[in-house]
Design a protein around this ligand. Structure first.
Ligand code: NAP
Length: 286
């Protein structure tokens, strides 16, 4: 029997609808959530991401400003812009599209954003808050995965959860969110011994490796929920995930496709964080 396809597009549309409703209510009370998106240089993939973020803002009723800076922008100039936006009342959230050109320090950019406007949740203050479980912003990709699990009634509580990948943007925060929801979490990486055996224990398996066809059916427990974060290109240039979809589809209980799984959720969670930022900045607590 095939796995249940976890439809990130559907979940994303649903969440965006509820964000729009909340944004409209805030506007009735004179509060307008706003997102500033900064892009430095001409990286084509980044241009697409930024355009998609602007479109998502429109869809969710969120005001947005785009700052497209030339490749030769200095770190000082970029940090000065961030400093200005930190104090701008029209802006609830600030995002600088990564990667930035090599002469600019990514960490310096992350550190410059006011933590209360850090809607990517990359600032060390927000990373620390996630660690202790007292946070306003969840990192977008892991947050999107939690929404998908919730939508399909998959509760991590008491389950074996295995995350392949330990990056700061996906693997590590993913593990923390699963842990906060009482999963028993293992993080795997390139030096993990017996990777197959560890993965095959998982009731919830999250693959964030960045390698096409990495997760094969023998790494998957019968009936497991498998989340494919990977965004890779196959030999024909077609977008594909980290999971061997066809064979894992026959063994897993639930599976996210690529495209149409985790991808659409990430930007939606950015919108959710921008809404949250506007609420927190205006003293509105959930
Ligand atoms: P990353 O920083 O390159 O991290 C990859 C992780 O995979 C590392 O921790 C690495 O281990 C581990 N790894 C590599 N080879 C391995 C192996 N043979 N066995 C076990 N672990 C291995 O990547 P990332 O930023 O987390 O992204 C991962 C994937 O998700 C990429 O395809 C990316 O495009 C995609 N992504 C998608 C979204 C979305 O919205 N859908 C968002 C972000 C990322 P080491 O630490 O030991 O090197």
């Amino acid at each position: 029997m095939s796995a249940i396809r976890m439809d990130g597009k559907m979940v994303s549309a649903k969440v965006r609808g509820s964000i729009l409703e909340e944004v409209n209510k805030l506007k009735e009370n004179g509060i307008r959530p706003g997102l500033a998106v900064i892009i430095v240089g001409e990286d084509p993939a980044s241009q697409i991401y930024v355009r998609n973020k602007e479109r998502a803002c429109e869809e969710c009723g969120i005001y947005s400003e785009k700052y497209a800076l030339p490749e030769e922008t200095t770190q000082e100039e970029l940090l000065a812009l961030i400093g200005k936006l930190n104090h701008d009342k029209n802006i609830s959230g600030i995002l600088c599209q990564m990667p930035v050109p090599k002469h600019i320090s990514e960490q310096a950019v992350i550190d410059a954003i006011d933590p209360s406007k850090d809607v990517d949740a990359f600032h060390p203050v927000n990373v620390g808050k996630i660690m202790v479980g007292n946070f306003d912003f969840k990192p977008c990709t892991p947050a999107g995965i939690m929404e998908i699990l919730d939508e399909y009634g998959i509760d991590p509580k008491g389950k074996e959860c295995v995350v392949i990948g330990r990056s700061n943007i996906v693997g590590k925060p993913m593990a923390m969110l699963l842990l906060h929801r009482h999963g028993t979490v293992t993080i795997c990486h390139s030096r993990t011994a017996n990777l197959k055996e560890v993965c095959a224990r998982a009731d919830i398996l999250v693959a964030a490796v960045g390698k096409a066809n990495f997760v094969t059916a023998d790494m998957v427990k019968e009936g497991a929920a498998v989340i494919d974060v990977g965004m890779n290109r196959d030999e024909n240039g077609k977008l594909c995930g980290d999971v061997c979809f066809d064979e894992v589809n026959e063994k897993a209980g639930w599976l996210t496709p690529v495209p149409g799984g985790v991808g659409p959720m990430t930007i939606t969670m950015l919108m959710k964080n921008t809404l949250k930022a506007a609420k927190v900045q205006n003293g509105i607590l959930d």
